[in-house]
Design a protein around this ligand. Structure first.
Ligand SMILES: [Ca+2]
Ligand SMILES: [Ca+2]
Length: 582
């Protein structure tokens, strides 16, 4: 590693009263740090670049006499791990919730000592999905045209209830046994890689689960943010970037607890800071992941998060990290991207942010009549603020995720044309598209009915399911239409330099028809979205500066050729994605 220091957290009765020693070429004990709790010893080792892989014994002594010892292993780095390339705008990311995707191994559903058990009738209970279930459906994900997966946390959540979502971690180094083992996860990543699919690991540094093993015996009182009485975060992330905000408001936001069962970690504690940074590096090396998705990004200490990003990118300069910045204004989101032009002296070192403002625009844009600021102009208006961002290729774009109502809240709302308009936009605008499992088969759900309902079981993931939507035969004709549309466009996108790398050029929508181009040196793609209930004839003359000398365009989906010297007919509630040709 570029940084050869290593922290070992050693826990045991009165272990802090011992002194550590070891003998191994290239490894020395740099310092021992003790806290107010005698049951902890933080050992800092310096590992020379020429140290060889192997095992060594760490001896713990009291009064010159060894009272305990353990073996530690230095492992060989995987070849090329430092050059690992993260995900980017060339990818289409499939987000899935492991408990709700597929139960590949019913034998792991119940684990001794783990209270929160399986009950598929309860939307807040565990449903039994696991790593085996994901591995069994890699072909399905690949056939969709996805090139990366973001899996909600697989880490242990040994909570009493409602831990299926994975965001109350009780051991940062352990895969929850109801999902599988660390080795199963490592194997899963390798299987995805063998299929050309990258893996993004979901991480949470803002909080842990209240049943985390260290909560019963904290290394120090300031390991978590303490309050005289339970104090919830204000969730006002804007206070962190607000130039007028007060210390108390920033403290309520960053140090308040996300939930009673989620103690707020104090990343200003340097021992905890090192622990968390090493945890990321360990997972990257151990499992061979291609990226990290960081939960609740503005909620931990901002300076710590900046250091964390810097440390990870020091070891893996081409890696990518996306932070959940769940905010409604582009300026608020842009603040949190690395090298932001709007963040003053602050630099988050976070390469990628999530475009929540665009998601909120998509929730309305396809349903409204044309107005000064309603209808498709919403999409244009958000993208017109892109001058705020440091890097437009590193913005994650999505219609939905596990925290939002699904694109269709009810069965009655399902409208294949609305779906196609949204998916076309998602896959052809700038940034990194991400889809949420089930969107491709028109799954619906309303957050107002509880989080469990927007995280439904994928039909066919359980042996007892009567419908198997993983297969063409198991899906309805409408679902097949939806999935075919998505996969056709996603697969074409993969090899399109214009859609993956091209500049976005957009024209002000007129009468709810939105026309934009993706342009690079090799290719020009023209996209036309018509949100009206009637077909529209569009005069191409207005787009001359982007069409240039091209004479025609071929629609990616229907393969029809369109003459660019005549009015272009855009179907009612329809779209054209034209590859321009001569
Ligand atoms: Ca299972
Ligand atoms: Ca916090």
């Amino acid at each position: 590693m570029k940084d050869g220091s290593l922290q070992l957290l050693i826990y045991g009765k009165d272990i802090g009263k011992t002194t550590a020693s070891l003998s191994y070429p290239g490894v020395v004990v740099r310092k021992e740090v003790r806290t107010e709790n005698p049951n902890y010893l933080f050992l800092y080792l310096s590992i020379n670049r020429d140290a060889k892989p192997g095992k060594f014994k760490v001896s713990l002594s009291m009064g010159g006499k060894e009272v305990s010892s353990f073996n530690y292993e230095l492992m060989q780095r995987a070849a090329g791990s430092a050059e690992r390339k993260g995900f980017g705008s060339e990818d289409v990311i499939y987000l899935l919730m492991p408990d709700r995707f597929a139960n590949g191994d019913p034998s792991n559903d119940y684990q001794k000592g783990y209270k929160d058990t399986v009950n598929r009738k309860d939307p807040n209970a565990r449903h039994g999905g696991d790593i085996k279930g994901i591995a069994d459906h890699i072909d399905y994900i690949k056939n969709l045209g996805a090139t990366a997966v973001w899996i909600n946390p697989l880490d242990e959540n040994k909570m009493d209830r409602t831990s299926y979502h994975g965001y109350a971690i009780t051991d940062f180094y352990k895969t929850d046994p109801r999902f599988g083992s660390n080795e199963d996860y490592q194997k899963l990543v390798a299987q995805f890689h063998a299929n050309g699919i990258k893996v993004i690991k979901d991480m949470v540094f803002n909080h842990c689960g209240s049943n985390h093993w260290w909560m019963k015996d904290l290394p120090s009182k300031d390991w978590v943010n303490q309050w005289p009485e339970f104090t919830r975060s204000s969730y006002r992330a804007s206070t962190i970037s607000d130039p007028h905000s007060t210390a108390i408001d920033r403290k309520l936001m960053a140090n308040g607890w996300f939930d009673k069962t989620m103690p707020d970690l104090n990343q200003r504690n340097p021992l905890l800071a090192d622990y968390l940074i090493q945890n990321s590096i360990w997972w990257i090396e151990f499992a061979g992941i291609d990226g990290i998705r960081m939960d609740t990004y503005p909620y931990p200490d901002a300076d710590f998060m900046s250091n964390w990003g810097q440390r990870v990118l020091l070891e893996y300069p081409n890696f990518n990290i996306v932070g959940e910045v769940w905010m409604s204004q582009p300026s608020w989101v842009a603040y949190w991207q690395a090298n932001s032009p709007v963040a003053g002296k602050f630099n988050s070192n976070l390469p990628t942010v999530m475009d929540f403002p665009l998601t909120f625009a998509m929730e309305k844009a396809f349903d409204e009549p044309s107005g000064w600021d309603t209808g498709l102009i919403r999409l244009y208006d958000i993208l017109s603020q892109d001058f705020l961002y440091a890097d437009l290729s590193k913005i994650m774009v999505f219609v939905g995720n596990h925290d939002l109502s699904r694109f269709f809240k009810t069965k009655e709302q399902i409208d294949i044309n609305r779906y196609k308009l949204a998916m076309t936009f998602l896959l052809t605008t700038r940034g990194i598209p991400q889809v949420y499992y089930g969107e491709e088969i028109l799954m619906y759900g309303d957050k107002a009915n509880g989080d469990g309902t927007i995280r439904g079981d994928f039909p066919g993931g359980w042996k007892s399911d009567t419908v198997n939507a993983f297969t063409r035969e198991g899906r309805t004709p409408l679902q097949n239409e939806a999935i075919d549309f998505f996969s056709t466009l996603a697969k074409w996108r993969k090899d399109s330099p214009a859609l993956t790398k091209g500049e976005l050029v957009q024209y002000v929508p007129q009468d709810n028809v939105y026309v934009y181009f993706r342009v690079n040196a090799q290719q020009v793609v023209m996209v036309l979205l018509n949100s009206n209930k009637e077909q529209k004839e569009i005069d191409p003359a207005r787009f001359k500066e982007s069409i240039g000398s091209y004479n025609s365009g071929v629609d990616i989906i229907t393969k029809t050729r369109v003459d660019l010297h005549k009015p272009i007919v855009v179907p009612a509630r329809g779209e054209l994605v034209l590859l321009l040709q001569n």
